[in-house]
Design a protein around this ligand. Structure first.
Ligand SMILES: CC(C)(COP(=O)(O)OP(=O)(O)OC[C@H]1O[C@@H](n2cnc3c(N)ncnc32)[C@H](O)[C@@H]1OP(=O)(O)O)[C@@H](O)C(=O)NCCC(=O)NCCS
Length: 329
């Protein structure tokens, strides 16, 4: 039966590795502290000439190739990012031009670390109602451009990456059975990137002095606790919606914010560690890119097998959180 399918995935990370030992030379921190508190050992940083759409292009080419279609066959491109090349045009427009996907409509979705799941959900609706046939959904971030390299609490967390998936209304491929999205704007003040928005434009000497162009974590501890709760709720909602118990789920692919957050919500749900995909040690938190990067790595490495029930889940700035449920074929 035709349904919404993931026909191909792809990902890309920059070559340059920034280790915790490198960070020891930049701020007052240690490899031991970072590993214990976050699980991160290293992250990738893009070269200065690279833009978000360049990372997205590399990931997208792999996803399009895996789906066995040409860029011209794409009719929808949605990129989730909080670090677009420019506010206007969107990162998706730049990506469209680079891919030569001239038959697509292209736009961005802003939902921070939950962005890929929101973008997946938007594409799902268009494919379901028949408006479009082949959608490219991307999560891509150049977070290193927004990092305050003097702030030891936040600079250790972020990395650059991109991941992509091609969605089709088809009889073949991994079935996207549901998506769920949630937002709480009233609690959004603790994760902020003010720079570039109308509240800080035009850019002034004063706004630069205040560091408003940096991604800010305020009360990171509080966000940590909310994240654990929202990740757990999202997984429960996805499983219940599809008539599954938590024990029926073969793999959870969570947004990679902090290993302790991941382990805490897994424990809360009594999910064994081997059923949770973790790559935060190598890539850190690349916001909207972590979920599609992890999905691609899990698919290509054989960690996801035919028949597996997989939940993607994320939480992030906005606040936003949500899930996607996939039956792998
Ligand atoms: C940021 C985060 C890793 C900090 O870890 P934590 O265990 O909460 O650490 P705390 O902020 O309580 O800081 C503990 C101590 O370590 C210090 N510290 C902070 N960063 C440090 C660093 N990089 N190296 C060494 N010490 C550090 C603090 O100054 C504090 O010292 P004090 O006890 O003398 O005041 C963690 O809170 C987190 O991951 N929060 C969620 C992040 C988030 O919002 N991500 C995006 C949403 S998905």
């Amino acid at each position: 039966m035709a349904s919404i399918r993931i026909a191909g995935t792809g990902s890309h990370v920059p070559e340059r590795v920034l280790t915790n030992h490198d960070l020891e030379k930049m701020v007052d921190t240690t490899d031991e502290w970072i590993v214990q508190r976050t699980g991160i050992r290293e992250r990738r940083i893009a070269e200065a000439h690279m833009n978000t759409s360049d990372l997205a292009e590399q990931a997208s080419v792999r996803a399009i190739d895996a789906a066995g279609i040409s860029p011209e066959e794409l009719d929808l491109i949605i990129t989730a990012t909080i670090t677009p090349d420019t506010c206007c045009p969107s990162a998706s427009n730049w990506l469209q031009a680079k891919l030569g996907a001239q038959n697509a409509v292209a736009f961005d979705v802003t939902a921070a670390c939950t962005g890929f799941i929101f973008a997946l959900s938007v594409a799902e609706q268009y494919l379901k109602n028949g408006s479009y046939k082949n959608a490219l959904v991307v999560g891509a971030e150049l977070l290193s451009r927004t990092v305050d390299w003097k702030d030891r609490t936040s600079c250790i967390l972020w990395g650059d990456a991109a991941g992509a998936a091609v969605l089709k209304n088809s009889t073949r491929g991994a079935e996207l059975l549901s998506t769920h999205m949630h937002s709480d704007g009233a609690a959004g003040n603790n994760l902020l990137l003010p720079g570039g928005g109308s509240s800080t434009t035009p850019i002034s000497e004063d706004s630069v002095k205040q560091g408003l162009h940096y991604l800010k974590l305020i009360h990171a501890n509080k966000t940590f606790k909310v994240a654990v709760k929202r990740f757990a709720q999202s997984c429960e909602e996805a499983a219940a919606h599809n008539g599954c118990a938590m024990s029926d789920i073969d793999l959870i692919i969570p947004h990679q914010a902090n290993l302790r957050i991941i382990l805490a919500f897994a424990e809360k749900l009594r999910i064994p560690r081997e059923k949770v995909f973790v790559n935060i040690d190598r890539y850190g938190n690349s916001s909207a890119a972590t979920v599609p990067l992890a999905l691609d790595q899990a698919a290509r490495s054989g960690r996801i097998q035919p028949g597996h029930k997989v939940i993607l889940t994320a939480f992030g700035g906005g606040l936003t959180w949500g899930s996607a449920f996939i039956h792998w074929h």
